[in-house]
Ligand binder design. Structure first.
Ligand SMILES: Cc1cc2nc3c(=O)[nH]c(=O)nc-3n(C[C@H](O)[C@H](O)[C@H](O)COP(=O)(O)OP(=O)(O)OC[C@H]3O[C@@H](n4cnc5c(N)ncnc54)[C@H](O)[C@@H]3O)c2cc1C
Length: 379
């Protein structure tokens, strides 16, 4: 059991916190208002080692533990959850290539991904394949030394700004996941195009787009792993992804709680600070208590992943609890500020809009409960 970060984790946390405070927080509202993806912070993030957190040092990565990675996302989320989302997807893509790619793929893509020269995106979901990812219909038909990709993918984080994609497509009609394979697709490939860019409730600085593949020819050398392994590859990153979403939720909630606490101390009504009202104190106490509980779940799942390589139930619990908690905390934080919480002069309404999606992606919170219940009933 551990309840304190070690010296290296503390050092990384404070470096990332300073970067986030100086380079992200001052701009997050403007990026949100303008729905602008801040490409300019990608290289500086990479310089800090944050674009190769799942990549071995041999390829320039920092290969951080899952726990340290979670601490990084938690810290960045205190300034902007959008940044966490596209950065986490990028790191997942680099991690997939590092873990499942062959040497040729690794040496071609990893150095540029890690250096912040190439942005990665991950494309699994489709119109008919959300929670049921194995239902995807996009096809990759073998034609000599190429695969020909056809189909439309949805909900791709960074879909309109990324340079390289890990795309899941069907190479055979075998039922379930067995017919799905994974491919590396570069955005400049003929037959690849970006469709609709979603207009979302929040997360405006992390664009989400539709991808259209029309007779898009991908070299066989760009298939990751064997035919039929695509879904397994895609889902292999799931436990870690869930821990990271939980960490982002904890960081957002912590920042929201601190804004609410500071405001409550300053704001006076009925001749006293509103923090003197027990009703406000209890809201703040509930926020602090639930943030602590969520953080412990997230850190536990991350530590288990580091120790054992798998933490399916624990990651689902951490993701589900932390994101439900963050939705409640950001909503209550808006409430503590009264009218001020509802306007854009304060970051709370953005935090509340942004955090909603954490209950939806990386497996909806209903799916997390399915996973938890399945583990529970099996034991
Ligand atoms: C902003 C954003 C970014 C995203 N980024 C990516 C990305 O980069 N790459 C990618 O591939 N995908 C991405 N996604 C897609 C995301 O993973 C899916 O939205 C998610 O898996 C849910 O699928 P769905 O939206 O089709 O909902 P559905 O699966 O249609 O779910 C609808 C409702 O039914 C419930 N439900 C479904 N099945 C069950 C069940 N078995 N038991 C109980 N309830 C159930 C769900 O919980 C939900 O409430 C992103 C989505 C968003 C919103």
């Amino acid at each position: 059991m551990f309840f304190e970060l070690d010296a290296e984790q503390q050092a990384i946390q404070s470096t990332v916190a300073r970067f986030a405070r100086e380079q992200i927080a001052p701009h997050a509202s403007a990026w949100d208002e303008e729905s602008r993806f801040p490409r300019e912070i990608f290289a500086p993030l990479a310089e800090l080692g944050l674009a190769g957190m799942n990549v071995p040092e041999a390829y320039g990565g920092t290969e951080l533990s899952k726990l340290t990675t979670a601490i990084v996302y938690e810290t960045v989320a205190g300034s902007d959850l959008s940044t966490v989302v596209w950065l986490a997807v990028h790191n997942m893509v680099a991690g997939i290539i590092a873990r499942f790619g062959d040497v040729e793929q690794q040496s071609r893509y990893l150095p540029r991904l890690v250096a912040g020269e190439m942005l990665g995106a991950f494309s699994l979901s489709e119109a008919g394949a959300g929670s049921d990812a194995a239902a995807l219909r996009a096809t990759a038909r073998r034609d000599g030394e190429h695969y020909v990709l056809n189909g439309t993918k949805l909900w791709v984080t960074s879909g309109n700004v990324a340079d390289v994609f890990v795309v899941m497509a069907r190479t055979s009609e075998v039922k379930g996941g067995g017919g799905i394979s994974a491919f590396i697709v570069e955005a400049k490939t003929p037959g690849f195009s970006v469709g609709k860019v979603e207009r979302k409730m929040g997360l405006h600085a992390s664009p989400t787009a539709e991808l259209i593949f029309t007779d898009c020819r991908i070299p066989v050398a760009n298939r990751i792993g064997a035919e039929g392994q695509g879904l397994r590859i895609a889902l292999s990153a799931l436990d870690g992804g869930r821990v990271n979403v939980g960490a982002g939720a904890v960081g957002t909630a912590q920042a929201a709680m601190e804004i609410a606490r500071d405001y409550a101390r300053e704001r006076r009504q009925f001749g006293q600070s509103v923090a003197d009202f027990q009703g406000i104190q209890f809201m703040l106490a509930d926020m602090a208590m639930n943030i602590d509980a969520a953080r412990l779940l997230v850190y536990r799942a991350a530590a288990l992943l580091d120790a054992k390589g798998v933490a399916t139930r624990e990651a689902a619990e951490a993701k589900c609890f932390a994101t439900d908690m963050a939705m409640r905390v950001t909503t209550d934080a808006v409430q503590v500020l009264g009218g001020a919480g509802y306007v854009r002069d304060w970051p709370l309404e953005r935090m509340m809009r942004d955090v909603k999606v954490t209950q939806i992606f990386e497996g909806t919170n209903q799916i997390q409960r399915v996973v938890i219940a399945r583990a529970l009933l099996k034991s």
